[in-house]
Design a protein around this ligand. Structure first.
Ligand SMILES: *Cc1c(COP(=O)(O)O)cnc(C)c1O
Length: 826
């Protein structure tokens, strides 16, 4: 059959009207679920609808992939160890442009789209911001028609499920695949072989040259599992290819024949562990062998897949950088640099200079943090065991690089040891960030401030050497999921006023500015916000049995639990309000519920103790009738994308209170502002740009800026010194120490108090306390002026257009990748 004939089939994978959808849903009950559609339930309807939508994506997916090939377009390979996808049902219906039809079709079975989606499990293949950014970027690449692919690992278990028992975090396995995943295509017949361990061997090639090869390796197979990512109403569907590890052979036949059946099976079990579980630490380098194996496994499979496509077009390898750009989301995939070198030199017999020229023009790297504990370093011994050939390539990269450094800065020995990719010492380490900088043509930070900070500190030496290599692209979020989908009333109101163009051109939200003081519009804005709050009330009640009155201020801090994000500062404010209320029940004018959510890395002791702190303070406050008419604390367990979609539209006050200079960008901050929350925040990450966009008078900025933090540290900050002059702070800290919130146990919060005193208050929580509490007091006055608050809320949404991931991806495409949106084929 010719392609032309099969295109008829491509067009016939299902109509977009509600009748066709009903028919498909019935058919999938029969053909895929083996069930009577007359006895459908939420779960079977979710599954059957998911299959029906996938049918409607796959034709466009094939056409999109073909068009890349036909036009030999330069493509982006976006490599990320994490994709925090969330649920796909509503998002795919919206991007297909058929949410109304879908709603109508489901109505025939007596359920809503929201009901059906409640049966879907989040794909939680990421820890937090970095993984969610990757998913927003794929949505925008598809929407803009940027040719590209997402590549990662199909973890069998994603980020752990968090339960709270006795106020404490308990981790449970995230068995997200237990009922199957209707969105994916598992391509069993299409696998790559991945080598591990073994040794490096020198040999003389037929042409007489001295060569290296990697031999005696253990073998694992990488099987592609594809998820289809549709653009918004444009017929583009891009591919997210996640690799699943498979044993090289189901049985080791030698062992099997010698009768050692169990050992042959054990081999299979070991290789399958590679894609078993996501490492649950955010911004903390792991250092475990299996993690290194995971990184190499997915990188090697991806580079092989890229070269397979490239070789089909039969061009010289020197053309590779004109056809592909490999983007490294953090250093997690940085082993791709020596891997491409190895393949070009050892397998395709290029010489070093040819191969290096190609690599240097192929890779681009995004740095996500400046904190030293997050900078990836691998033990040289471990890396040598797992990837002996790559280590020797890294040494050669380093040797040549240090030669260049010497030539640039003669006589500067210290610089050589600072810039070496290999950190010397008793336990030598490979500095992955240095490798990524040396091997990439562009290195970017993720906000303007972050881009400047990395040039001033961690990459200072490299900037002197490669001044043009460093830049920044401020992060963004997809307006489809983070406004249109999660906040239907507000997005309908916006569309009614300014038309629907904002969905793909978010800067149009500026048109709302002229309505900010319009009383009727403000009232409708208020109604939308109230609806979102009531929806959260219902959700919290149903899921967690928590009650929060919808007319209270919803003061929200939801994100990973981390010292630098300073949840403790927020708790100190809560305790201060508690103290004031205990003294005088009328002293607090604004009733508020402080909402927290977030996971702590299982091995991060202090973060877990902070969760306990929030819950313990909450338990005392919530049950004290002297204060709970004005103040409550809710900790919503198991923060994840789908929960964020309930919380964010309902938020009045967004807490973005990291120590200035520690949060690279943040993306939570953008989601809140877009939905009309006001921000209380420090001049950190993208908060600065939010301030510039929405206006200084429409955001509550407090505390030290990054320069002041530096200066204060330099002068010698002593946390104890600020307590003496602040009786409210002293009182709050006393209550932590005296057992008020720990059933009399005076030691329980000692680790937190130690971090604030004995260990020097690294994140300067106490230094910013007074400015923070004063800012909270001031914003309460504005809350009491409803019209003013609503005006500010509208102006926050109106000023959030800059934070679309469409804008971010266009910047990457034009200023880094050199790729262009595909014209629609006629
Ligand atoms: C957006 C998002 C994040 C990132 O939040 P920050 O406040 O930027 O740290 C983390 N987790 C989830 C589920 C998100 O949706």
């Amino acid at each position: 059959m010719s392609t032309k004939d099969s295109d008829v089939v491509l067009e016939e994978m299902g109509g977009l009207d509600s009748e066709s959808l009903v028919e498909s849903i019935c058919q999938h009950h029969l053909s895929n679920l083996g069930r009577d559609y007359g006895r459908s339930d939420k779960f079977s309807l979710y599954q059957a609808l998911a299959y029906s939508l996938r049918d409607r994506l796959v034709g466009n997916w094939i056409k999109t992939q073909r068009s890349y090939y036909n036009r030999s377009a330069k493509s982006v390979y976006y490599l990320s160890l994490e994709f925090l996808v969330g649920k796909s049902l509503t998002s795919n219906a919206i991007n297909l442009g058929i949410e109304k039809e879908t709603e109508e079709a489901l109505g025939k079975f007596g359920v809503t789209l929201e009901d059906a989606e409640s049966a879907e499990v989040d794909a939680g293949l990421g820890n937090g911001g970095l993984g969610r950014l990757a998913s927003c970027f794929l949505d925008s690449m598809a929407t803009l028609g940027i040719p590209g692919y997402g590549y990662g690992i199909r973890y069998e278990y994603g980020i752990f499920k968090q339960a709270i028992e006795n106020g404490e975090q308990v981790e449970l396995p995230d068995d997200w695949l237990h009922s199957g995943n209707p969105w994916e295509f598992r391509r069993r017949g299409f696998v790559f072989t991945i080598g591990l361990y073994g040794r490096e061997e020198k040999y003389t090639h037929d042409d007489g040259s001295l060569r290296h090869r990697w031999t005696d390796t253990a073998k694992v197979m990488a099987m592609p599992v594809d998820m289809l990512i549709p653009g918004y109403k444009n017929g583009n569907v891009i591919n997210m290819r996640l690799w699943e590890a498979q044993p090289a052979r189901r049985f080791n036949l030698d062992l099997f024949n010698s009768g050692d059946y169990i050992r042959s099976m054990e081999d299979a079990v070991k290789t399958e562990t590679i894609s078993k579980v996501l490492y649950p630490s955010d911004k903390l380098s792991e250092g475990r062998e299996l993690r290194l194996v995971q990184q190499y496994f997915f990188v090697s499979a991806t580079i092989q897949d890229m070269l397979r496509r490239f070789e089909k077009i039969k061009l010289d390898f020197s053309e590779l950088p004109n056809r592909a750009v490999v983007h490294l989301n953090e250093t997690h995939p940085a082993i791709a640099i020596p891997e491409l070198m190895r393949i070009l030199i050892d397998e395709h017999m290029l010489n070093w200079d040819q191969a290096w020229r190609i690599c240097r023009r192929t890779f681009a790297y995004t740095n996500h943090t400046v904190m030293p504990e997050a900078l990836e370093k691998w033990s040289l011994d471990m890396m040598r065991k797992v990837l002996p050939r790559h280590v020797s390539i890294i040494f050669e990269i380093n040797r040549r690089f240090l030669e260049d450094v010497k030539n640039c800065f003669p006589g500067d020995e210290e610089r050589l040891s600072r810039m070496s990719i290999i950190e010397e010492g008793e336990y030598p380490q490979v500095r992955m960030a240095w490798l990524a900088v040396v091997g990439s043509f562009t290195v970017n930070g993720v906000s303007t401030l972050h881009g400047e900070l990395i040039k001033k500190n961690i990459f200072y030496d490299f900037v002197e050497m490669f001044p043009g290599r460093f830049t920044s692209v401020t992060n963004g979020i997809t307006p489809r999921r983070w406004l249109k989908q999660c906040n239907i009333p507000l997005s309908e109101l916006i569309t009614e006023k300014i038309g629907k163009g904002w969905v793909t051109d978010l800067s149009r939200l500026h048109q709302l500015e002229s309505l900010a003081e319009d009383e009727e519009f403000q009232n409708r804005w208020y109604d939308c916000r109230l609806k979102a709050k009531k929806k959260l009330v219902e959700y919290a009640q149903k899921e967690y049995g928590l009650y929060m009155p919808a007319d209270w201020m919803y003061d929200v801090q939801v994100k990973r639990i981390h010292e630098y994000k300073r949840q403790v500062l927020n708790v100190l404010h809560a305790i201060t309000l508690y103290c004031r209320l205990k003294k005088d029940p009328s002293s607090v004018a604004v009733p508020r519920v402080k909402i927290f959510a977030g996971k702590a890395a299982p091995g991060y002791f202090l973060a877990k103790r902070i969760i306990r702190l929030i819950n313990s303070v909450g338990a005392v406050i919530n049950s004290d009738s002297a204060v709970n008419h004005k103040l409550r604390i809710a900790f919503l367990p198991n923060y994840r994308v789908s929960q964020a979609e309930y919380i964010i539209p309902a938020t009045d006050l967004s807490e973005q209170i990291s120590l200035a200079g520690t949060e690279a960008s943040g993306t939570g901050n953008m989601k809140f502002a877009l939905n009309g929350a006001l921000t209380i925040g420090t001049l950190d990450g993208a908060n600065i740009e939010i301030m510039e966009e929405v206006g200084r008078e429409n955001i509550f900025i407090f505390g030290m800026n990054a320069d002041e933090v530096e200066k204060r540290k330099h002068e010698g900050y002593v946390s104890g010194d600020v307590v003496g002059g602040d009786s409210e702070l002293a009182e709050a800290l006393n209550l932590l120490a005296d057992g008020t919130f720990s059933e009399g146990d005076r030691d329980f919060f000692a680790p937190i108090l130690d971090s604030l005193f004995a260990e020097g208050d690294q994140y300067m929580t106490l230094a910013d306390y007074r400015a923070y509490v004063d800012a909270q007091d001031a914003l309460e006055q504005i809350w009491l002026d409803r019209k003013k608050w609503l005006k500010m809320s509208i102006l926050n949404t109106a000023g959030s257009g800059h934070f679309s991931s469409d804008r971010a991806i266009m910047e990457y495409a034009t200023s880094i990748w050199g790729v262009h949106p595909m014209e629609k084929e006629s």
